[in-house]
Write a protein that binds this ligand. Structure first.
Ligand SMILES: Cc1cc2nc3c(=O)[nH]c(=O)nc-3n(C[C@H](O)[C@H](O)[C@H](O)COP(=O)(O)OP(=O)(O)OC[C@H]3O[C@@H](n4cnc5c(N)ncnc54)[C@H](O)[C@@H]3O)c2cc1C
Length: 303
């Protein structure tokens, strides 16, 4: 429960405050109960003050990007969810071949900015429906590319309100993980190193990737993308299909008929439906193939 005084404090910082906001409005799954307070924070100064107050009053906070890798419980969340807006939505060129993107910038926006400047390297990300911050947190990747290939540095705010920077290998990127994964640091902005290219060829590769995505993925249904990480030596979708689970339904949640690695919300799915289906799939795949599937999607509350 958030006190009215805290809400007034946030509003005075130009934070857009949405008390009792349904998280289903902010997740690509279209699932999730209400958070005590959804806060759109436009500046670094405001962010520092919000975090300081959260620390002083022991209010839990989480940062959301575009909510495309999240399953939020039906019971919702206590504390606040922070979305980075305003200054965090800016893209600026650095030298001839780099772009500094605020963490709140969509990957789509970053891809278009790169293409418009005839800069190549980000084509793989066209169609991944996340933010730059979320993509670095997850080391998002597709079609042979990943954030690891293009991120040269990033700035963050730590839990004590100090700004820090990671450079190159500091990011410790591995498959769908980075130094930010499970850390309390908030990514502020990210510098991407790209290479000069032909605008037409960049656009062509983006289109090619989007076509592959539309052919293979249920892009017309709410989901959070691939539910499971790729197990070493296997493909999660192939294992799920081999176990006869394609199309398996629990409540409003279904293992996609188009791509068995996706669970889709067919309308009215609850987080509970999705969780039960995830557990059913994991159990069946383990029993029938001996392979343990690990979730790629993040659960809020955690665990
Ligand atoms: C249809 C579909 C297709 C997809 N295809 C792909 C794909 O091809 N490849 C792929 O890798 N993923 C894919 N995804 C998953 C998802 O888009 C990526 O994981 C993406 O990087 C998540 O970004 P987001 O901004 O939505 O993060 P969110 O879902 O909002 O958050 C994910 C995690 O990142 C953290 N986070 C977000 N922003 C920050 C920040 N500024 N500072 C600190 N932590 C932060 C959150 O706290 C959370 O723990 C797909 C999803 C969908 C729905």
């Amino acid at each position: 429960m958030i006190k009215e005084e805290f809400v007034e404090y946030l509003r005075a910082l130009d934070v857009v405050v949405r008390p009792e906001e349904p998280m289903s409005l902010h997740t690509s799954f279209r699932i999730g109960g209400a958070v005590d307070c959804f806060c759109e924070v436009p500046t670094l100064e405001a962010l520092k003050k919000v975090l300081k107050r959260c620390r002083e009053e022991a209010i839990p906070y989480r940062v959301i990007g575009l909510g495309s890798n999240l399953l939020v419980d039906d019971e919702g969340l206590s504390g606040i969810v922070i979305k980075l807006t305003g200054d965090f939505d800016a893209i600026e060129p650095v030298g001839e071949t780099s772009l500094r993107c605020g963490a709140g910038v969509s990957l789509a926006g970053a891809c278009i900015a790169a293409k418009n400047r005839s800069l190549s390297g980000l084509e793989f990300a066209w169609g991944i429906p996340g933010s730059v911050g979320g993509a670095v947190y997850m080391n998002a990747g597709a079609y042979g590319g990943e954030m690891k290939d293009v991120v040269v540095s990033s700035r963050y705010l730590d839990e004590n309100g100090e700004v820090g920077e990671l450079v190159g290998a500091d990011h410790a990127f591995t498959y769908r993980r980075s130094a930010y994964t499970d850390s309390p640091r908030i990514i502020l902005d990210v510098t991407l190193q790209l290479t000069p290219g032909s605008k037409n060829e960049i656009f062509f590769r983006m289109q090619e990737n989007m076509d592959k995505r539309k052919n293979k993925q249920p892009t017309n249904r709410p989901s959070a993308g691939s539910v499971f990480k790729r197990p070493q030596g296997y493909y999660a979708a192939a294992l799920i299909e081999e176990c006869g689970l394609k199309g398996k339904t629990m409540g409003g949640a279904q293992v996609s008929e188009k791509h068995s690695g996706f669970i889709v919300n067919n309308g009215g799915a609850t987080a509970r439906d999705v969780k039960e289906l995830v557990e059913y799939v994991r159990r069946t795949v383990l029993e029938k193939t001996g392979v343990t599937l690990e979730c790629e999607i993040k659960f809020w509350p955690e665990g």
